[in-house]
Design a protein around this ligand. Sequence first.
Ligand SMILES: NC(=O)c1ccc[n+]([C@@H]2O[C@H](COP(=O)([O-])OP(=O)(O)OC[C@H]3O[C@@H](n4cnc5c(N)ncnc54)[C@H](O)[C@@H]3O)[C@@H](O)[C@H]2O)c1
Length: 357
Amino acid sequence: MVEAERMRVSVIGTGYLGATTAACLSELGFEVLGLDVDEAKIDMLRSGRVPFFEPGLDELLTANLGTGRLSFTTSFAEAAEFADVHLICVGTPQRDESGAADLTYVQSAIERLAPHLTRPTVVVGRSTVPVGTAATLTARLHALAPVGEEAELGWSPEFLREGFGVEDTLRPNRIVIGTDSPRVEKAVRELWRQQVDDGVPFLVTDLQTAELVKVSANAFLATKISFINAMAEVSEAAGADVIQLAEALSYDDRIGGKFLGPGLGFGGGCLPKDIRAFMARATSSASSPRCPSCARWTRSTSAAARARSTSPGSSSAEASPDARSRCWAPRSSPTPTTSATLPRSTSPRPSPRWARE
Ligand SMILES: NC(=O)c1ccc[n+]([C@@H]2O[C@H](COP(=O)([O-])OP(=O)(O)OC[C@H]3O[C@@H](n4cnc5c(N)ncnc54)[C@H](O)[C@@H]3O)[C@@H](O)[C@H]2O)c1
């Protein structure tokens, strides 16, 4: 690999995460090549148009296209030739009714990139994946790359929030890299050198821990939202004021006030799908005789996810009532508790707030 300061980066998958990452890394001074299988998206990005709304991203894209540090392609051969570090930022949507993550796109990204890797290379996954995915992809990468095990894979989950994508990428609150490879660690450290120098915590873990950090962060945030909505129900029944209750809780720094606003519940592109994927993964692990602690894991995960995400009387932030009752209803109860069965209150409701991740 070339010296770190001249490291060139490809970003594979230029949707929300990838386009933001590509523009921000070029802003940090790296030469970046964004790659997507969607030609229309690549054409838009090449012409300086962002296919979604994200404050500040248009300006970064235009400025860095202008410097020549940022370009786009649909060719995996070109990306392999260009870059020393490849960041995998493709989607991991919900696969089917099981809630499991669809890993087709991450698998395809590895399978299309690997045959072109003819020199030592670092590949870093940034997509949100179920624990165990990176180990499987590592084996596939080694098998398909002409350079074999000299193509090394790490996993560095991304925690950016939609609407704050540029800010969160340039000033993350932590960087996590799952790897046991000094070369992978060095490359990721170099990518975020400025942030690390500014004091951003940099955590090196194994692959599984890095994968789990992301899904457990999302599960915890969803639990917080569900908790305060449950307290809103209790408050309504008791004649208490949940807004004051939440404020009083928020001054306890063990609890904190963020994601403690009663309202519509959680939604957005990631929290619901990631929690369903977590539950699906936990269930599949629980059936594995190799993992004795997974039964406990499944029980605790399900308990967290069963907590309702909606406030009384409000519509769900989820796609459909069916989907909601399927995913969040207590399994022991044949009749899911829905807003229709909850006590109604005449007290003013908290204003609905979306919490997105
Ligand atoms: N959106 C967020 O706020 C956010 C935050 C943190 C993590 N994530 C995670 O990041 C990942 C990407 O999310 P997103 O919101 O950017 O998704 P997205 O759907 O906006 O973008 C995914 C992109 O990947 C492209 N793609 C699919 N297969 C490909 C392949 N084989 N090669 C190259 N490109 C391919 C698609 O054409 C698309 O442009 C997901 O795992 C998501 O959970 C998203």
